[in-house]
Design a protein around this ligand. Structure first.
Ligand SMILES: Cc1ncc(COP(=O)(O)O)c(C=O)c1O
Length: 378
């Protein structure tokens, strides 16, 4: 089965893991620190905090900003549920905002304006599929209303612009991301005080970590805030250090594959549209396409599956999940809903070759032809 995404792991990762085991120090040691510094360097930041997941990163950011009950945070619904969950974790209210259009499925600035209230404290921008939101426009919007911008950069590691939109950015190193540590995440925040609060909250609110105490004269520590256990361990950091060395090259291969896919789809499946038709900075995390309205998506999925090609959907809208429907009934986001009904994500990862991309598009063309012949509707 050709998977939508697949991690690239090999001898260097195995060797790095082996060294951790030989070292006898398994968590929050030198490798975590080295990974933090290397990840920050790649993004032109002074420092960053490595954590257990992007979900933890988002939670820590909102927590450190003091966002809580009574506050509202603007979020897209076209995202993974973790974006909105992080807002609920701090007791605030996620306010779902529609996308701009089917071509630009990023949070709409006009819709965000319309949903702002005196309680709005922050906006979480998701760089959907790796494509960056318009930084200057969002900064103007946030400045005018005194809002914090938080980036959910799960799809966009490796771009210098990421982490410069607002107060902080959250990254994911989950197994299907552009680089992986199996589970893992990171926070970039340019304000050192904010980053310090996040670092402390990551480890139970303790004033020093175990590794720091090893190198200090006193075993004492204090707890000065309610924190969490959102630590990253040395095995993950060791894998991350290896993966990071390849990230730029892998992102470039993704870019080339997306150019190829766009050309092949235009030639062989003209009824299929590919979002982000205008050039835009991207880490090319996934390859979303929009099926024509006459196509029955499940039939297309089934046809591709019989040809050994996995596809997925990004995303079933968060506001339509049972939990969120029950919490916030009556939310209606027509552009998000239409996009989510027609979207299909085809495989994109650096191990895909040109003939494989051609086979995917040819299978898509065959599936669409049979939909057109049977006249099935979505
Ligand atoms: C947009 C987005 N935000 C947040 C997350 C959560 O990441 P993690 O699994 O590292 O907590 C994901 C993961 O899929 C994601 O795609």
């Amino acid at each position: 089965m050709l998977l939508v995404s697949a991690p690239i792991l090999g001898v260097p990762e195995k060797a790095a893991l082996s060294k951790v085991i030989d070292s006898g120090w398994l968590t929050m040691g030198e490798r975590v620190r080295a990974f933090e510094q290397a990840f920050a360097d790649m993004h032109g930041a002074q420092d960053c905090v490595a954590v257990g997941s992007c979900t933890a990163a988002l939670h820590l950011i909102l927590h450190a900003l003091g966002i809580g009950p009574g506050d509202e945070v603007l979020v897209p619904s076209l995202t993974f549920v973790a974006t909105a969950n992080a807002v609920l974790y701090v007791g605030a209210t996620p306010v779902f905002v529609d996308i701009e259009s089917a071509d630009v499925p990023l949070m709409s600035l006009a819709e965000a304006e319309a949903r702002c209230t005196p309680r709005t404290k922050a906006v979480i921008l998701v760089h959907f599929a790796g494509y960056l939101a318009n930084r200057e426009q969002w900064q103007r919007f946030a400045r005018a209303r005194g809002l914090h911008i938080v980036e959910d950069a799960a799809h966009a590691p490796g771009l210098r612009e990421v982490g410069t939109f607002g107060v902080a950015a959250a990254f994911s190193f989950y197994g299907n991301k552009n680089m992986t540590t199996a589970e893992g995440g990171a926070v970039i925040a340019r304000d050192p005080d904010l980053l310090d609060r996040i670092r402390q909250a990551r480890g139970h609110g303790m004033t020093t970590g175990t590794h720091q105490r090893l190198n200090s004269r006193t075993p004492q520590y204090d707890v000065t805030m309610l924190g969490f256990n959102y630590r990253m361990d040395e095995m993950r950091a060791a894998i991350g250090l290896v993966q990071l060395q390849n990230l730029q090259e892998w992102n470039e291969i993704r870019r080339i594959l997306v150019v190829l896919y766009r050309r092949l789809i235009a030639d062989h499946c003209p009824a299929v549209t590919v979002p982000f038709s205008e050039p835009r900075t991207s880490a090319y995390h996934i390859m979303p396409v929009l099926l024509p309205r006459y196509a029955k998506r499940q039939d297309v999925i089934d046809e591709l599956r019989t040809q050994g090609i996995q596809t997925t959907i990004h995303y079933p809208p968060v506001h339509q999940m049972t939990l969120y429907r029950e919490l916030y009934p009556g939310t209606n986001l027509p552009r998000t809903q239409d996009f989510a009904q027609r979207e299909l994500t085809i495989p994109l990862h650096p191990q895909i070759t040109s003939p494989v991309a051609e086979a995917v598009v040819s299978a898509l063309a065959t599936a669409l032809k049979s939909c057109a012949q049977t006249g099935t509707a979505a």
